[in-house]
Design a protein around this ligand. Sequence first.
Ligand SMILES: [Zn+2]
Length: 213
Amino acid sequence: MSLTLGKLLLLARQDEPQAGDISGTCVLCSRPTEQGQPIKKVVSNNFMGWASFLSGNCFCPECAYLFSDQTFRKKSWAASVSGGFRIFRNDEAQEILFNPPQAPFFIHIAKRGQKQTWLSCLHRIASNPNRYWFSHESYDIPILFERERAREYAKWADEALEFGLTKTELVSGQFKMKSWQKAYEQGRESMLRQLGSFKGDPLWEVIVDVARK
Ligand SMILES: [Zn+2]
């Protein structure tokens, strides 16, 4: 049986799942359970991730665990079966992405701490530090980390920020007139064109987001 995100977090934090008494199907992982918890007890009314739920009548203990601690939503974190659980600051995110904990692991990057975007990654536990899925609060979809591409992006992002471009310019691929002017003056217009070609790739957007200024 594959490791789900709830199970990974339980193992990483060496916690015990809370067993309920409902027999049925988990709305999140679709597995049958004898120890389900009521849906309304697990998630609050202002929960925003209903779209991730499938048909089912309860939460299995492992999936319920995902909602048992607001840290999972509010903070950026890395979880690993053998490496444990740790939260990290945004300025540590780049370091963590390139140096993830021992596999199997999972990384989530929070921004405002409001959306549980890791819901799309229930079955996307990472096994390869060079190519793995992670979640970022700005994206409802899993994001694929590929080391070579990420390294190249990080190099370009650093160079661009040093040149004076803003993160908004980098993500949108739309550069201000004065940025083009500066680029022409310094013979760097090919850099701007190259940067513009990354537009639309979520990995590029995340690398820009976590790049240090
Ligand atoms: Zn479940």
